[in-house]
Design a protein around this ligand. Structure first.
Ligand code: CP
Length: 294
């Protein structure tokens, strides 16, 4: 096993299978927390806002009996006095945690600093580039909470700015599923970026054909906070009526009701969206347990 998880490709398929099996046993309440891990201490460091990821890591630590500390770098910290993010991170890494979870905005200096430290590390979302634990919990959800085998997942909407999409592109090659792409106008991923995924990716220009291809559909939020300037995009919310009865719907969140998907779809029987939130705790608990029990 590895000391650090920046992207899904940092860990082997056998490691991911072990995490998934552990998460399933946590979900079924048959898991016993390894005694050695509650002597460990975990720091949860957030340079960017988060609800789901932060709260599910916090709940995972509670469930595992691991002492943890959440720290948000904002105007209440020495950031307000001019301290740079990299110096806040250096400080944090020196505090004596066994493992640090970090969300940040895509600064490569932060990534390199975190990965070169002796402390174990989990990436909880890095700019538009990667969000490995989201790909993990999505895969877990369609595997364990849906009665059909999911082999084809359509991701639609703001693909250009999506770290969730990029982690799925890489995870699909490890776990063997196909990713379909249907982009909102002007929010596509470039052909160059998709080249290395040509075996596992299908790009659609027709919305109906894209949805029809998929076993599961995942609309994404338009991430306006990452747009460099006023962008001319257009995307219509996914509607209940566009889906077949045998398809599943997922969304990594946060979802914008009526913008990414029709409000009624959230509680539709095809929706796995609330299962994803519960499974986020099981998957992050499993990951912490596997990484800390080494
Ligand atoms: N999906 C996700 O990362 O949500 P948060 O930004 O709320 O953590």
């Amino acid at each position: 096993m590895s000391n650090s998880l920046f992207e899904v490709t940092d860990l082997s398929q056998s490691f991911w299978n072990e995490v998934l099996t552990t998460a399933h046993s946590i979900k079924k309440k048959t898991f016993s927390v390894p005694s050695e891990i509650n002597e460990k201490k975990v720091g949860l460091l957030f340079f960017e806002p988060s609800s789901r990821t932060r709260w599910s890591f916090e709940k995972a630590c509670l469930d595992l009996g691991i002492p943890s500390m959440t720290s948000v770098v904002d105007q209440t910290t020495s950031l307000s006095k001019g301290e740079e993010h990299k110096d806040s991170l250096e400080l944090y890494l020196q505090l004596g945690f066994d493992l640090v979870v970090m969300r940040s905005g895509g600064d490569l200096e932060l990534k390199n600093t975190a990965l070169s430290a002796k402390v174990k590390f989990i990436n909880a979302g890095f700019g538009a580039f990667s969000h490995p634990t989201q790909a993990l919990l999505d895969y877990f959800t369609w595997t364990y909470d849906f009665d059909r085998k999911v082999e084809k997942v359509l991701i639609m909407g703001d693909l250009k700015h999506s770290r969730v999409l990029r982690s799925h592109l890489r995870f699909s090659k490890i776990m063997g599923y196909k990713v379909g792409l249907y982009a909102a106008k002007n929010l596509e991923v470039s052909d160059g970026e998709l080249k290395e995924f040509s075996d596992s990716v299908e790009v659609f220009s027709d919305r109906k054909a894209a949805i029809n291809w998929a076993d599961a559909v995942m609309p994404l939020r338009v991430q306006k906070e990452r747009h460099q300037s006023q962008m001319d995009f257009s995307f219509s919310p996914l509607l209940c009526s566009e889906l077949r009865e045998d398809q599943a719907v997922l969304h990594p969140g946060p979802f914008m009701r009526g913008e990414d998907l029709e409000d009624a779809l959230l509680k539709d029987k095809r929706s796995l969206i609330f299962k994803q939130k519960q499974n986020g705790v099981y998957c992050r608990s499993a990951l912490l347990s596997c990484m800390l029990s080494e």
